[in-house]
Design a protein around this ligand. Structure first.
Ligand SMILES: NC(=O)c1ccc[n+]([C@@H]2O[C@H](COP(=O)([O-])OP(=O)(O)OC[C@H]3O[C@@H](n4cnc5c(N)ncnc54)[C@H](O)[C@@H]3O)[C@@H](O)[C@H]2O)c1
Length: 229
């Protein structure tokens, strides 16, 4: 964290000197912290600084749900939000397959309640990076595709909704930190941040996730340029 914060600061300094008018897409970890650092250091408007956030985690969730439900993952609508890390959460309350909620879809597909592996799926999504790193040292293909997808939305101004890491300004009662919630992505970056509906337990989990991020932010705040916070 400290090492990458330092690197991020020097990279942002160079970008500022080049008078860049582009959009900053942060991928390095811890991505929510470094997105915040990039935002504060660059002074760019918040729509122009985004982190890859939970786009990859969300793709993994859709893939695993698709496998379980025996349906194309592109027909699965579900999000992982919060920190890109251990405190992230799956928004089960609004997850659906083409408008049909998951439980109903499982019934339609002839699956029994006891066969519902949602918590296993969540754990597999949350921990998959650890497993990949253990087996081959680093993760690169999945994140490569996620970054290409985000860049495509910006370059083509396609306005897809993806869960990128953005500055929160009151969404879910949270302020002044970056974490992932769905946002409309186009040529202006995160055009609009969407406060999707969460049930009470999901709201609590998101607050816990924000607390984890805030703990780390408090630790690195001393490293940022004074007066920028
Ligand atoms: N957000 C995600 O989902 C996700 C997924 C995979 C990797 N990552 C993160 O991406 C980062 C890079 O991972 P990697 O596997 O590509 O690592 P890597 O070691 O292969 O690449 C890091 C690159 O950064 C360059 N570099 C180092 N210091 C620099 C500096 N001061 N200025 C400019 N460039 C500098 C190095 O030369 C190297 O090319 C890590 O922080 C990793 O955790 C994030």
């Amino acid at each position: 964290m400290h090492k990458n914060t330092k690197i991020m600061k020097s990279v942002i300094q160079n970008i500022k000197e080049a008078e860049c008018e582009g959009i900053l897409l942060v991928v390095s970890n811890p991505v929510d912290i470094l997105t915040y650092v990039a935002l504060k250091e660059s002074g760019f408007p918040q729509n122009r600084v985004i982190g890859s956030g939970t786009v990859l985690d969300t793709a993994r969730l859709k893939y695993l749900l698709g496998q379980h439900l025996k349906v194309d993952s592109r027909s699965v609508h579900a999000f992982i939000i919060g920190e890109h890390g251990d405190s992230e959460l799956a928004v089960w309350s609004s997850a659906n397959v083409s408008g049909i909620d998951l439980e109903h879809f499982e019934e339609i597909r002839g699956m029994k309640e006891e066969e519902r592996p949602w918590s296993d799926i969540y754990r597999e999504v949350r921990d998959s990076a650890y497993e990949i790193i253990e087996r081959k040292g680093a993760t690169y293909y999945g994140i490569g595709i996620a970054v290409a997808r985000i860049a495509e939305c910006i370059v083509r101004d396609s306005r897809a909704v993806l869960p990128v890491s953005v500055l929160l300004s009151g969404e879910y009662g949270l302020y002044d930190l970056c974490l992932s919630i769905p946002a409309v992505l186009g040529q202006n970056g995160a055009e609009q941040v969407l406060e999707i509906e969460l049930d009470d337990s999901e709201k609590m989990q998101l607050e816990e996730s924000a607390k984890e991020i805030n703990k780390v932010l408090a630790e690195i705040m001393g490293q940022l340029i004074p007066g920028t916070l």
